[in-house]
Design a protein around this ligand. Sequence first.
Ligand SMILES: Nc1ncnc2c1ncn2[C@@H]1O[C@H](COP(=O)(O)OP(=O)(O)O)[C@@H](O)[C@H]1O
Ligand SMILES: [Mg+2]
Length: 252
Amino acid sequence: MTFEIENVSKTFVSKDNKEEVYALQDINLTIETGKFVSFVGPSGCGKTTLLRLIEGFENPTEGTIKDDGEIVTEPSSHRGFIFQNYSLFPWLNVMDNVMFGLEIREKPAKENEERAMKYLEAVGLKDSAKKYPHELSGGMKQRVAIIRSIINDSKSLLMDETFSALDVQTKHKLQKQIHEICQRKNKTILFVTHDIDEAVYLSDSIVVLSRRPGRIKKIVDIKLEHPRNRDDPEFKKLVSEITQEIADLEDE
Ligand SMILES: Nc1ncnc2c1ncn2[C@@H]1O[C@H](COP(=O)(O)OP(=O)(O)O)[C@@H](O)[C@H]1O
Ligand SMILES: [Mg+2]
């Protein structure tokens, strides 16, 4: 059992009127090791807040979050976090950005570099290994950030709209890769997205959050075989049902 989220609420004090605003209310959820769980819901419903709490960037106002039985109070190297707009180290080239963090592990540099190159090649960045971040497009930078997190072998990966800035082709490629790695290494993935197609393609379960204050509205288990086929009528049906569900929440 990886994550246990128990009675979690989070309030923020708004700057202007000094009122308490509930971002999340009474979230209860268990996420088993090796599962791919997506969080979807209307904009502003607390998806990013929930992910930040699970990482330990912030603490819940009420309730507890446990990672393998330990209460989360601060970020840990057990949990990798990939932001929506990840910034790379501008003074390091692509390869060195990817290798950052691996350096401290005691594997031979050559082995690490070969591994890094394999990943870079898979996302079409082999020829950019020596380039610096200012020479890359936004999508390329994001791919570097993703590879850096994947290669660092944390037990879980928390991703906030990680693929949203990428073109469809790159996105689909990375989705495949993330899924393969997750399966092979039994990684637990917590994935925030507004792209329902992406959520259905990747997830074991999709957690639908209600409008603010975010509560769990519904959990949809996706039992389709992998690799999933976007042309499968069952796939399309799930995408349209969940899309409709969120549209309804937005209208409430
Ligand atoms: N640091 C903060 N201070 C005050 N309000 C915040 C803060 N972070 C988030 N919020 C508020 O909490 C709600 C949920 O935000 P967020 O988690 O970013 O939603 P989502 O990622 O689903 O779009 C929003 O109303 C947002 O304005
Ligand atoms: Mg967000």
